[in-house]
Design a protein around this ligand. Sequence first.
Ligand code: SAH
Length: 345
Amino acid sequence: MNLYALDFAALEALFAAWGVAPIHAQTVWKWLYRQTPLDFTSLPDTLPRHLQVRLAAETTLSLPDVVASQVSADGMTRKDLLQLADGQRVEVVIMRYRHRHSACISTQVGCACDCRFCATGQMGFVRHLTAAEIVAQVIHAQRTLRAGGQSLTNFVLMGMGEPLLNYEHTLDALRRLCDPRGMGFVERRITLSTVGIVPGILRLAEEPLRISLAVSLHTATDALRDTLMPINRRYPLDELCRALRTYTAITQRRVMLEWVLIDGVNATREQAEALVAHFADIPVHVNLIQLNPTPEYAGQPASPEAVEAFIAVLEHAGIPHTMRQRRGAPIAAACGQLRRRFPEN
Ligand code: SAH
């Protein structure tokens, strides 16, 4: 029995089956998620000796095996390839900054959304991840940082997959990680990124869990978005904007709009103006990021002049914006590059 495969109710059920008092489930849960232990030697002394022995004998603390790792030259970004029980693989990226440490987590193997510029999209959809598989990536990141005396402060669901198309498992995982009896991860330090699945956004607005939301917008005209992000044909811009108005009204939170700058495609004054026209009355923050090249897409990062002109339009309209630091590109761990790119694959 792998303890990291259980949710709290399942742990309680296990202890009930063993005839162990429920209070001990809380102690073990807290130990599992606050200490992210590697073995059973650090089990709290308050647990009865027989329970400690039984846990060590009959349960494990296993996470998916790390089958390959790459570390950037400056040591600040690390990409680990995790192998799941059925042999499928997902990548976790761990990023160290000066004051915070973040991880980029996957929610599916592959992705069905087919965004042209995204390496995961280019590989197609394989399967959803379970809640336990999503949780395991975060525990892995925490263990890795702890080994260096650091600790995870943020994470983003910006790895492989579309979280809102794997809604139940994703939310189950987040509830488990934010559970104050355990890890108690700070909700707003979790960012869920979506291509703009309208029903998912509306459902998320009603969740008691108040995580941060990012929308991969990338283009602000239906004609262009239809071609770059086929999901737009299902949920066109007007519908997406309506959902975001509702979301921001209910949550009272600003939404982050992601914009991958592609030279001559969307890094244009016209697109910036279209963005302003759609979003002037919605509380957003635009996060610009240069395109990272992927094998099956010919687009290139935008020229400095194009970026400057784009930003000038946002400034003029008073739309808050930042330019995201590119991390991990040399080890193919940057946004949109997550796919099987390890040497042994
Ligand atoms: N499916 C979700 C989350 C995964 S992608 C979503 O699309 O939001 C995380 C971010 O990386 C998205 O904003 C995505 O558009 C961006 N991205 C994809 N391919 C990229 C590339 N080649 N260069 C830069 N960013 C990319």
